[in-house]
Design a protein around this ligand. Structure first.
Ligand code: ATP
Ligand code: MG
Length: 204
């Protein structure tokens, strides 16, 4: 029974990844010309998601009765998959060990982080100033969980005011936040963009 349940959950996650690759692939193709940096970033983003699924699979197989898991180590591994060149961008991680989430919340949260990191690498670090990417997770006094991804780029362009749906990535982040019953905010200004996710406290 437990083995079947584990396989079922992992198969669902793989189906989710398959749709992601198909949708993103179409999106890239729609854009016409694809540059090498974009393909490299897409590959690293997919790698990070496969890594997250593999990690969850291992976790479900070895601790089959666990209902929750630490978020910090997963986010650390997701960011590591992007192999960010320290010459381009310093990565600052502030991952509180007290961030525990339900198993079914792990992948949606890691995918939101994945999209936000992808966007920062794509848009934020093109200038001459040294880049900085901050990834944080912490429990709030209310018991809710806060996850933040911030960069020191130029923020969202004026033509895309925070609060609009944006492109595929921001749309996906919004869908996943809805699925998590979480709130998602884009704090944008001349000092950069911070994507802020607030996940309600688990009820289990
Ligand atoms: N960190 C950021 N810094 C500056 N601009 C950003 C940042 N993140 C997103 N944007 C802007 O918001 C727009 C919408 O982002 P979104 O992720 O939805 O789409 P995309 O990255 O253009 O395409 P896709 O996510 O499908 O690859 C981007 O085109 C970009 O102009
Ligand atoms: Mg994007």
């Amino acid at each position: 029974m437990l083995r079947a349940e584990t396989d079922h959950r992992v198969a669902n996650h793989l189906m989710m990844l398959s749709s992601y690759v198909r949708l993103q692939g179409r999106h890239i193709a729609r854009d016409g010309v694809v540059d090498r940096a974009a393909v490299s970033l897409f590959a690293r983003s997919v790698d990070a998601q496969i890594h997250a699924i593999a990690r969850l699979h291992r976790r479900l197989m070895t601790n089959v009765n666990d209902q929750s898991s630490d978020l910090g180590p997963l986010l650390h591994e997701v960011v590591a998959c992007f192999a960010i060149d320290p010459e381009t961008c310093a990565v600052v991680e502030d991952l509180d060990p007290a961030c525990s989430v339900r198993m079914d919340q792990l992948l949606p949260i890691s995918q939101i982080v994945n999209e936000a990191v992808t966007n920062s690498l794509k848009y934020a670090f093109r200038g001459t100033r040294p880049g900085r990417l901050t990834v944080r997770c912490l429990p709030l006094p209310s018991g809710d969980l806060r996850v933040e991804i911030g960069d020191n780029g130029d923020g969202l362009p004026a033509a895309l005011p925070a609060g609009t749906d944006g492109g595929f990535g921001i749309g996906l982040m919004r869908d996943l936040a809805r699925q998590l019953d979480a709130s998602l905010a884009f704090d944008s200004g001349p000092d950069g963009l911070t994507v802020r996710l607030t996940v309600p406290r688990s009820s289990d």
